[in-house]
Write a protein that binds this ligand. Structure first.
Ligand SMILES: C[S@@+](CC[C@H](N)C(=O)[O-])C[C@H]1O[C@@H](n2cnc3c(N)ncnc32)[C@H](O)[C@@H]1O
Ligand SMILES: [Zn+2]
Length: 283
């Protein structure tokens, strides 16, 4: 049985050779790379939503070089600490799977048997993710309509992806953990100084989300030295600045041969509070 639920009727999905199928006969093709498209056409807001092919390739190239490995290690440590012996883990907005796979490996190394799943709205991300990480269930879906049952997730990951808090509240079981990675004030500050005449610092805030209790905020801050232009451009292309930079700013960046840059993340650790009186189990 798949971790995922039917996006049309919320029923369980049985795994066939090349599809997932619910008891009501709704069937979803599994692509050759191994991910399943669970995004119904009427929920698709763009022809090819989410990160495009170039952004995904840039992210894969950059992450594979280990520049964000300290963040992955911090997530792994928090996941191992929070998870029970057989946790269901969902990475919402998983991209090409770098953190999803890292957390899975860490849980396995700690002797746990995770059921690991990732969703993203970008099929290009999942093509790369599913091909490289066959031990993880991947589906094209929106975080705003997760194809997952109520209270079916023990550990939820969200690394730089949309905050669909209502859905996160629905799928995370009471007592479950939510790891939410956001950029802190000085994240990529030196890159922004090259791109913009008047760069701004990221705002840092603590937001109390209904149904979630703050456990801790873990800072992950360090500097990277990007030694070649290829790495600088990959970093640029995987950020939202890629779409928001003037030609002059991009031209300044193109000329750089190397870059020293701060990386500044915060991992917000939440625990899903106990639900109140039992509500409807339907969604
Ligand atoms: C900044 S990337 C982060 C990817 C990955 N977590 C990482 O850190 O490598 C944001 C991701 O959110 C995805 N995304 C955007 N809107 C989404 C939505 N509504 N539901 C699910 N994923 C979404 C994008 O396709 C992209 O892969
Ligand atoms: Zn169905």
């Amino acid at each position: 049985m798949s971790f995922f639920r039917c996006p049309l009727c919320a029923g369980p999905l049985a795994e066939g050779a090349r599809s997932l199928r619910c008891r009501n006969g709704h069937s979803f093709d599994t692509a050759k790379e191994g991910y399943t498209n669970l995004l119904p056409v009427n929920q698709k807001h763009a022809k090819l939503p989410g990160d495009d092919k170039g952004m995904v390739a840039a992210r894969r190239a950059f992450l594979e070089k280990g520049w964000y490995a300290p963040l992955r290690e911090a997530l792994c440590a928090l996941a191992v600490e929070a998870a029970g012996p057989a946790p269901a883990v969902l990475d919402a907005g998983c991209g090409e799977g770098y953190y999803t796979a890292g957390v899975r490996d860490a849980l396995l190394a700690a002797g746990k048997t995770p059921l690991m799943a990732g969703i993203d709205v970008s099929k290009f991300s999942l093509q790369k993710a599913a091909k490289k990480y066959p031990g993880i269930q991947f589906a094209v879906a929106s975080a705003y309509r997760l194809p997952a049952a109520e209270e079916s997730v023990d550990l939820l990951l969200n690394v730089f992806s949309p905050l669909a808090i209502d859905e996160f509240r629905r799928v995370l079981r009471p007592g479950g953990t939510y790891l939410y990675v956001v950029p802190a004030a000085y994240h990529l500050w030196e890159l922004k100084q090259v791109l913009y005449d008047d760069p701004y610092l990221n705002e840092e805030k603590e937001t109390p989300y209904e149904g979630f209790a703050y456990e801790q905020i873990v800072p992950v801050s360090y500097s990277i030295h990007l030694p070649v232009r290829e790495d600088i451009l990959a970093l640029f292309q995987m950020t939202p600045y890629y779409w928001k930079t003037s030609q002059a700013g991009a031209a300044r960046l193109e000329k750089l041969e190397e870059l020293d840059c701060r990386v500044d993340f915060r991992v917000h650790v939440f625990r899903r509070e106990d639900a109140g009186p039992a509500g409807s189990k339907e969604w």
